[in-house]
Design a protein around this ligand. Structure first.
Ligand SMILES: C[C@](O)(CO)[C@H](O)COP(=O)(O)OP(=O)(O)OC[C@H]1O[C@@H](n2ccc(N)nc2=O)[C@H](O)[C@@H]1O
Ligand SMILES: Nc1ncnc2c1ncn2[C@@H]1O[C@H](COP(=O)(O)OP(=O)(O)OP(=O)(O)O)[C@@H](O)[C@H]1O
Length: 284
């Protein structure tokens, strides 16, 4: 497990830890000529995630284990191996999956970023620029800390956020990112305010985040209506300050003032919907 640190302290993530990425906001501001969409998104990272390690030479190129391994490719289509090839390095890996795939929390992108960090450490060579060709979320996942993300994901600026107690819930429906973007009725929505303020407390940060949006929520709910049920259930949990979808879904999150409220909410959702993936965490 990652060392989650005390309140207000960034967790001591090792290079092979691939934390869940959460889009606290996701504004779709334009569509480029090549079809990709320009975003303005506030991204944070959880203290739960996948674990990637370099394996001894001669082992299979990639072994995938862990509670969420089922269905994750272990051939060259896995983003970890594509990342190694892109960096011009050959390596074998073991990947312990804890995050659901195709879930809007950047599983593959965060794994790829962990692979790049491990290879950079091994080779003494920094990760080259341009990693967004592997996936729009890979550059932000390389930093694995709160960032404002613009362009298709390559324009990044650090943001100071208080540690946010959260509950992540996925109804175990895989939602394809491309189909959600394609379902947008408009491609041009307003960006976030130019300046993101400094926040003193969780309530200030959540109040500001609540005035922003995830523009992909509506098309994702069209594809997977159960996301609407997840959001409705999260919104009425005791202590929930905000309920919203992350990325292109289907994972949604609720934010709380305290970790104990998030843990109680996890127990309540697990009791009501045992088939859903539900995890209390802290976002950094
Ligand atoms: C929705 C986000 O998760 C927000 O953080 C990301 O923008 C998506 O990142 P990702 O999963 O790494 O997505 P990619 O693998 O790069 O793209 C999958 C597909 O989503 C669509 N796509 C993705 C990113 C983007 N800015 N515009 C798009 O239109 C494209 O059809 C693309 O072929
Ligand atoms: N390391 C990996 N882990 C999970 N899925 C992977 C991985 N490498 C490739 N894939 C493929 O990528 C697809 C998308 O999975 P991923 O978990 O990256 O999506 P996501 O969480 O929706 O991403 P994002 O939040 O960036 O939109 C999966 O269906 C799977 O076939």
């Amino acid at each position: 497990m990652a060392d989650a640190g005390g309140p207000g302290h960034a967790p001591g993530f090792g290079p092979g830890f691939a934390p869940a990425k959460v889009n606290l906001t996701l504004h779709v501001t334009a569509q480029r000529a090549d079809g990709l969409h320009e975003l303005d998104s506030l991204v944070a990272f959880a203290d739960i995630g996948d674990r990637l390690e370099l394996a001894a030479a001669g082992r299979p190129l990639l072994s995938v284990t862990g509670p969420m391994a089922e269905g994750v490719p272990f051939d060259e289509s896995n983003l970890v191996l594509r990342a190694a090839e892109w960096m011009g390095e050959s390596a074998a890996f073991t990947l312990e999956k804890h995050l659901p795939a195709a879930a809007g929390i950047g599983g593959g992108s965060s794994d790829a970023a962990a692979g790049l960090r491990l290879l950079a450490e091994r080779s003494g060579r920094p990760v080259p620029p341009g990693s967004e060709v592997l996936g729009a979320d890979v550059p932000v996942c390389l930093h694995a800390r709160a960032m404002r993300m613009r362009g298709i994901g390559e324009r990044l600026a650090p943001v100071n956020l208080p540690v946010l107690p959260a509950l992540l819930v996925n109804p175990r429906v895989a939602v394809p990112t491309g189909a959600v973007f394609a379902g947008l009725s408009s491609k041009t929505h307003p960006p976030m305010p130019e300046v993101i303020p400094e926040f003193d407390a969780v309530r200030d940060a959540v109040g500001w985040i609540a005035r922003q949006r995830n523009d992909l929520e509506a098309p994702a709910i069209e594809i997977a209506p159960v996301i609407g049920e997840v959001l409705d259930r999260l919104a009425v949990l005791p202590g929930a300050l905000l309920a919203r979808m992350s990325g292109s879904g289907a994972t949604c999150f609720a934010l709380f003032e305290g970790v104990d409220q998030a843990k109680a909410a996890e127990r309540a959702i697990r009791a009501a919907r045992p088939a859903w993936w539900s995890v209390a965490t802290r976002l950094f």
